[in-house]
Design a protein around this ligand. Structure first.
Ligand code: COA
Length: 479
């Protein structure tokens, strides 16, 4: 232990290239801390949990993201306390500000729900003064996050070599559609990734075409992966003192989420997939993993069943899992106690060819109850079920408001709106959700207070066109 401590302390000193008085002071204060604590670790905070700042306090993000994948990543980092400086093109901004607009003239929900807790600065990255500002931001920040089309960052002159020369500690994190290979130059959106990552071919019903899912596993899913990569790189930097490139392709991100289907692809070589209802129905398997409808992905058969009111309410359904350990209580509930001992129904294997009939029989029972009644009754017997919740029900759900998962924020342009708060709850890093910034809302503040430009320099920058829209502003594309 003592040896490891020494190595860590040594590498920390070695990693910083600038040999300065500051370094000597750092080494001294570290030695002092080691002596004082006995274990070399910083003193624990004396403040109560949740009052000693946030997990990523002090981390500075140069947020060059747009649309959904990148902004998802940086919003999560901002929720964790990082200072996210979002760079946007003057006069236009992130294209989503104007997409799917519901309130005339106001930033769209598409934008506001993905850019909370950030600051916005407008910079024309192709203007010479704009380039100077970006260089200063690169020196100032810890992480640059971007999800431009392949090559766009290089075309701005912000190559890895350039960035790393200015700031060797900078982590450069990118989302691209594909990793290196035949498609690396392609532009990619959500559904392209769902298709290329194996999700679409395995989603939907056997008789129908491939299906994309409403959950944005390509965009938001990849942003999530990237955030994990960034935090890992920040942790590694503590030891190495160096930044690194972090790349997450949307195809890889989707495949990671669809990994059970790659599992099934390999199982196919050893025989049919017995838990797929197609097997019970006697339909032979092809060469690739088929679409499994609403079959459960695990070893316990499940299906979506109608509940009371299904005729008029499109969401009056429940997911029902016939988990083996609770087969007895299921039989009792649905009025088929004889199935507990009937050889055709008593064991999971015997049930496989009869799943359709079994689920039809269970459905005859669920149709007499609301989805919430089914939930209440089944939970008393540990039978796993899930009501199909509509977005309306989720938006109105009290418990989600209480936990800060669904949050109402006020916005000067659009009034109150709902957003999704931090889905990760931490006892010592409490998320405080703030509204998204207006375009360029923090330009002056960042230039003068963060980067230290004088009032005169700020005026010069303003007249140079580096932070203001061109004479004839480019029109935001409203989709
Ligand atoms: N100042 C000046 N120019 C700027 C700028 C700024 N602040 N911000 C962006 N630009 C420029 C870029 O440099 C680029 O110019 P170039 O093509 O001359 O190099 C241009 O704006 C367009 O950027 P691009 O990323 O190509 O946007 P797009 O609208 O054409 O494509 C995507 C959008 C999402 C398809 C593409 O960015 C992409 O494939 N990204 C990676 C995958 C991804 O994240 N997809 C999911 C999106 S949710």
């Amino acid at each position: 232990m003592a040896t490891r401590k020494k190595v860590q302390a040594k590498s920390k000193v070695k990693a910083r290239p600038q040999a300065s008085a500051k370094k000597v002071v750092n080494v001294r204060s570290q030695k002092f801390a080691e002596k004082a604590n006995g274990n070399g670790l910083p003193q624990p905070s004396t403040k109560p949990w949740g009052q000693a700042g946030k997990a990523l306090d002090g981390v500075k993000i140069l947020d060059f993201t747009h649309v959904q994948s990148g902004p998802t990543c940086t919003q999560l980092l901002a929720y964790m306390g990082a200072d996210c400086i979002k760079v946007e093109r003057p006069g236009v901004g992130d294209i989503t500000r104007g997409q799917l607009r519901d309130v005339k003239g106001a930033d769209s929900l598409y934008f506001t729900m993905l850019n909370g807790n950030k600051r916005s600065i407008t910079i024309d990255s192709k203007n010479p003064k704009g380039k100077d500002i970006l260089n200063r931001l690169i020196k100032h920040c810890d992480v640059l996050v971007e999800n431009f089309a392949p090559g766009a960052l290089d075309r701005m002159g912000l190559t890895w070599e350039h960035i790393h020369k200015i700031n060797p500690r900078m982590i450069v994190a990118s989302v691209k559609g594909f990793g290196p290979g035949p498609y690396e130059d392609c532009k990619v959106y959500e559904n392209v990734a769902q298709c290329a990552g194996g999700a679409a071919s395995t989603t939907g019903f056997r008789e129908g075409p491939p299906l994309v899912t409403g959950a944005q596993i390509g965009d938001s899913g990849t942003g999530l992966h990237l955030a994990f990569g960034i935090v890992s790189a920040l942790y590694q930097r503590i030891r190495t003192g160096r930044g690194q490139k972090v790349l997450c392709s949307m195809q890889d991100g989707v495949l990671n989420l669809a990994r059970v289907k790659l599992r099934d692809q390999q199982r196919l070589a050893h025989g049919p997939l017995s838990e797929y209802s197609q097997h019970g129905e006697g339909v032979p398997f092809g060469k690739a993993v088929p679409r499994a409808g609403n079959d459960s992905g695990g070893g316990q058969p499940g299906w979506i069943l109608k509940c009371k009111g299904w005729e008029t309410d499109p969401d009056a359904y429940t997911y029902f899992i016939t988990q083996a350990p609770v087969w007895g209580p299921i039989c009792d509930l649905i009025g088929k106690p004889e199935w507990k001992t009937d050889a055709d129904y008593a064991t999971p294997n015997a049930r496989l060819p009869r799943l359709k009939h079994i689920f039809n029989t269970i459905e005859a029972w669920t149709m007499t109850k609301t989805k919430f009644e089914v939930m209440d009754i089944c939970n008393q017997h540990d039978i796993p079920v899930g009501p199909i919740l509509s977005m309306k029900e989720i938006a109105e759900e009290e418990s989600l408001r209480k936990t800060g998962t669904v949050v109402e924020v006020d916005h000067p342009g659009r009034g109150k709106y709902l957003t999704v708060g931090n889905p990760v709850k931490m006892s010592d890093s409490i998320t405080d959700v703030q509204r998204s910034p207006l375009l360029g809302e923090h330009t002056e503040e960042i230039l003068t207070k963060v980067l230290g430009y004088s009032a005169k320099e700020y005026a010069e920058i303003k007249s140079s066109g580096a932070i203001t829209p061109p004479e004839k502003p480019a029109k935001a594309e409203a989709a």
